[in-house]
Design a protein around this ligand. Structure first.
Ligand SMILES: [Zn+2]
Length: 509
C-alpha cells in the first residue's frame, strides 16, 4: 500500500474591529466592493502600516493554545511578488521570526492519542479578492485586503484523511473557544492548503519523506479537503505505479469534487526576495505580556472533553458538547447547578473533578449522565422543531435536572416527562418548577396497588387475545402494560403494572 504523507497550511482570518495595519473596519463580508478601504490597504505610496495590537495578542493566545514557543523578538517582513490582488507588490508577513514555533495538537483517534506537530505560526495580511468574468475581464475588490491572517504550518505528520479531518475539526474548535473567529469556512474564515506526497509500499510506516511535494491551494471546506486527498492519492499512485517521476508543483481545485489541475511549478522562498519591513519596528514580547495572554485563555476542547468523560458522559456525548460550544456551555451550567444543590462548588479543574467523581459514585444513579440524555434528545429536539435559539430556551437547567430526577425516582413516567417538556416549550407553566407542575396537574405516578389492580383486571378482560399470546411468549406482556397505561392515562407505575399482570396471568390464572 502506498502511504500518504500530508502536511497542512492553514490560513485563518482574525476577528478584529479593524484590519491588520490600518483602521478600516474588518467586517466586509458581502459588503459593496471597495467600500472598506484606505490608502494603507490599497497600497498607495507613502501610506504607513501600524500593527493591530489586538490581532497580535490573538495570535499569541492561539500560539499558546497550540503549545508553541513564543518568539521573544519578532518582526514583520515583506514577501515580494506581483499579482493583481496585491496592490503594494508585496505582502507584509513574518518570515524568519514567526510568532510561534514547535507546537502541537493532541487528538484521540480510536483510543490512540496522537500528536501532530505545528512547525510555525505567524501573522500576516490577507490579499484582495479577484472577481473573474468568463475570460473577459477581472475586477478587484480591496475590502478583504489587509484583514489580519494567522498562518499555521504543520509538520508532514498525517498519514490518512481521518487524521487530517480530526485535526482540522479540533483546530476549528480551539479557534472558536479562544474567540479568534467563528471558524465559518463558507465565509472564507479558514482556508486550507494541502501538501501531499506518497511513500512507496516499502517505505510505508517509516518516516522517509518522498523527494517531491504536491501543493493544493485554497481549499475552503473539510469535505472538499477529504475529496482532494482521495483524488491526489489515486492520481499520484497511478503515476508512481507507471514508473513516472513526480515533480513538485502547485495545483488548484478544478471543482468541488476534489479534482485538481496543474497551476505552476513550486516557487522557493528565494523567489520572494524576503526582507525586513522597514516601516514597522521590531516587536519585543515580554514574559509579562505572554502571561497576560495565557491567563485570558479559556478551558480548551481537549481538556473539556476529558472532564466530561470523568463526569461519566459517553464519548459521543462529550464530543457533541465540545463541538457545539453553546450547547456545551448551557450544559456546563446544569453541572454547576447540580453541584450547587448539594453545596459543592464545582469548577472544571482537576481537584474539583476528583471530588465531584467521589460524590457521583455514592449516588444511586448519575444525574449528570441521565440529564445529558434529556438535554441532547428532547430539549435540543424541541428547540430545533420550534426554531428557538438556545439563549431563548423556555426552560432552565434546574428544569432538566428535576425532570431527570422525577423519572429516575419513579415519580413520573418518561412519557409524562416528555409532555411536560412539550408544554414548557409551548410557554405553559411559566415561572413554575417541575415539582409544582407535577403537583398542580396531578401527574404523579399512581403507586396504589388496589387502583392498579382494577385497571389490570379491566385490561385483561378486554384483551383476551393478548393474554393468550402472553402464555406462549412472555414478552407480549409489554402490550398489556401498554393497555393499562392507556386506561390509567399514563399515571400507573409501569413496574407495578407489569408485576400485577404477571401475577394475574401466570400465578392466579
Ligand atoms: Zn485600510
Amino acid at each position: 500500500m502506498y502511504e500518504p504523507v500530508i502536511g497542512l497550511e492553514i490560513h485563518l482570518q482574525v476577528q478584529t474591529n479593524s484590519k491588520m495595519f490600518c483602521r478600516c473596519p474588518n467586517n466586509c463580508f458581502e459588503q459593496k466592493p471597495n467600500t472598506y478601504i484606505c490608502p494603507v490597504c490599497v497600497g498607495l505610496p507613502g501610506a504607513l502600516p501600524v500593527p493591530n495590537k489586538f490581532a497580535f495578542e490573538q495570535a499569541i493566545r492561539l500560539a499558546l493554545a497550540l503549545h508553541c514557543d513564543i518568539t521573544k523578538e519578532t518582526k514583520f517582513d515583506r514577501k515580494n511578488y506581483f499579482y493583481p490582488d496585491l496592490p503594494k507588490g508585496y505582502q507584509i508577513t513574518q518570515f524568519d521570526t514567526p510568532l510561534g514555533t514547535n507546537g502541537y495538537v493532541q487528538i484521540e483517534l480510536e483510543g490512540d492519542v496522537k500528536r501532530f506537530r505545528i512547525k510555525r505560526l505567524h501573522l500576516e495580511e490577507d490579499t484582495a479578492k479577484s472577481l473573474h468574468f468568463e475570460g473577459k475581464k477581472t475586477l478587484i475588490d480591496f475590502n478583504k485586503s489587509g484583514i489580519p491572517l494567522i498562518e499555521i504550518v504543520t509538520a508532514p505528520d498525517f498519514v490518512d484523511k481521518k487524521e487530517v479531518t480530526s485535526f482540522a475539526k479540533r483546530l476549528r474548535q480551539i479557534i472558536r473557544y479562544i474567540g479568534i473567529s467563528e471558524g465559518e469556512m463558507q465565509k472564507g474564515q479558514i482556508r486550507f492548503e494541502l501538501n501531499m506526497s506518497l511513500r512507496t509500499p516499502e517505505q510505508a510506516g517509516s518516516s522517509v519523506l518522498p523527494d517531491y511535494k504536491i501543493e493544493v491551494k485554497n481549499i475552503g471546506s473539510i469535505s472538499v479537503l477529504e475529496k482532494v486527498i482521495d483524488f491526489e492519492y489515486l492520481r499520484q499512485k497511478n503515476l508512481l505505479e507507471n514508473g513516472k517521476k513526480i515533480v513538485s508543483e502547485t495545483r488548484g481545485l478544478k471543482n468541488m469534487t476534489g479534482e485538481t489541475v496543474f497551476q505552476r511549478y513550486k516557487e522557493s522562498s528565494d523567489d520572494y526576495r524576503y526582507f525586513t519591513e522597514p516601516d514597522i519596528p521590531p516587536i519585543k514580547i515580554s514574559d509579562d505580556w505572554i502571561n497576560y495572554c495565557r491567563k485570558s485563555l479559556p478551558i480548551l476542547p481537549a481538556e473539556k472533553k476529558y472532564y466530561y468523560l470523568q463526569l461519566g458522559l459517553e464519548n459521543d456525548q462529550a464530543d457533541f458538547l465540545v463541538e457545539e460550544k453553546n450547547a456545551g456551555e448551557w450544559f456546563d451550567k446544569l453541572i454547576i447547578t447540580f453541584f450547587q444543590g448539594i453545596q459543592f462548588e464545582f469548577r472544571f479543574v482537576n481537584e474539583s473533578i476528583t471530588e465531584a467523581k467521589e460524590i457521583l459514585k455514592n449516588l444511586p444513579y448519575n444525574p449528570i449522565k441521565e440529564s445529558v440524555k434529556w438535554f441532547m434528545g428532547d430539549v435540543l429536539g424541541l428547540m430545533e422543531k420550534k426554531s428557538i435559539k438556545l439563549e431563548h430556551l423556555p426552560i432552565n437547567q434546574q428544569h432538566v435536572l428535576d425532570i431527570t430526577n422525577q423519572v429516575k425516582n419513579g415519580k413520573i413516567t418518561g412519557t409524562i416527562a416528555k409532555d411536560i417538556l412539550n408544554d414548557l416549550f409551548n410557554s405553559q407553566f411559566q415561572g413554575k418548577t417541575i415539582d409544582e407542575i407535577v403537583l398542580s396537574q396531578n401527574l404523579t405516578l399512581n403507586n396504589d396497588m388496589s387502583a392498579i389492580e382494577v385497571w389490570v383486571t379491566e385490561a385483561i378482560e378486554q384483551n383476551q387475545d393478548i393474554v393468550e399470546s402472553c402464555k406462549k411468549n412472555p414478552n407480549a406482556i409489554k402490550a398489556l402494560v401498554g393497555k393499562v397505561m392507556q386506561l390509567s392515562k399514563g399515571k400507573a407505575n409501569p413496574k407495578m403494572v407489569e408485576q400485577a399482570i404477571s401475577d394475574k396471568i401466570f400465578i392466579n390464572k
